[in-house]
Design a protein around this ligand. Structure first.
Ligand SMILES: NC(=O)CCC(=O)C(=O)O
Length: 264
């Protein structure tokens, strides 16, 4: 299976509409890949809080339209990263879209863990409440977004729902880059799954982005890692490695569920 992670540069001197066109062309260039992955909130930038409202779109908005066309032109499955979605009741969500090679919406995932503590995304956006997996011809994807990477129980839930390839679009900042790589490897090892973690490059809202998108195998080995700038990271991997690893080293079967809390 071939996956291409498009580590898009998100700089505020590029208008959103130009970036949308540019990214659509980048997707078209990936014909021959099985899966193409885009980062989190690449239209606005994940830290451009002031743009979330003005650039918000419904689920069938301009980003989905452009990406659906690009996915079908290239004949690829496309995890189109996330968009600031305006829900039917006006609530904003950080919503990821997965599109089939014919351009149909296969899944939408509203980010569950919002970043910012008591500011930014955490107060501007609503929280999703549903885990999402997507069956592809070669593997089952489990989807999560950026800050979700810090919450192992979400990934365990995805694995319990059948996920073998965990896809994490992000807008991760340079100042916590060491956490990014460490957490991507940890989620791969503990879940014995592939992790495809696609971040952004560039600087927006004064926050330099980490880049360094990474693909990790079920043994925790880094198969490919991008540099800091805009880059297409292409990797070939065999999804059957997941079943093989889980069979040879069956740690997932040793889980003990429902442990009591310590008595005080
Ligand atoms: N956009 C995000 O979710 C940022 C997450 C982050 O910076 C962190 O977890 O650290």
């Amino acid at each position: 299976m071939r996956a291409s992670l498009l580590q898009v540069a998100v700089n505020e001197d590029e208008p959103v509409e130009s970036r949308r066109r540019r990214v659509a062309d980048m997707v078209r260039d990936q014909a021959g890949a099985d899966l193409v992955v885009l980062p989190e909130l690449w239209t606005t930038g994940a830290f451009a809080y002031e743009e979330f409202g003005s650039e918000a779109e419904p689920l069938d908005g301009p980003t989905r339209e452009a990406m659906a066309k690009a996915a079908s032109d290239a004949g690829v499955w496309l995890h189109a990263g996330s968009v600031p979605e305006r829900g039917p009741d006006g609530t904003l969500y950080n919503t990821s879209l997965v599109l089939s090679p014919s351009g149909d919406l296969a899944a939408a995932y509203r980010k569950i863990h919002r970043f910012g503590f008591d500011q930014g995304e955490a107060v501007l956006m609503g929280a999703g409440d549903r885990l999402v997996t997507v069956r592809l011809p070669h593997t089952t994807l489990g989807v999560a977004t950026c800050y979700d990477l810090r919450f192992p129980e979400l990934f365990r839930g995805l694995v319990d729902a059948g996920a073998e390839t965990l896809v994490v679009p992000a807008g991760w900042p340079e100042r916590r880059r060491s956490h990014w790589t460490l957490l991507a490897r940890a989620r791969a090892v503990e879940n014995q799954a592939f992790v495809l973690a696609c971040g952004t490059a560039g600087t927006h809202a004064g926050v330099p982005q980490a880049g360094h998108s990474v693909v990790v195998d079920p043994w925790g080995e880094v198969l490919a890692e991008a540099g800091p700038g805009e880059e297409v990271l292409t990797v070939d991997f065999d999804p059957a490695t997941v079943a093989g690893t889980r069979e040879r080293f069956p740690a997932l079967k040793d889980r003990v569920l429902g442990l009591d809390r310590p008595r005080r």
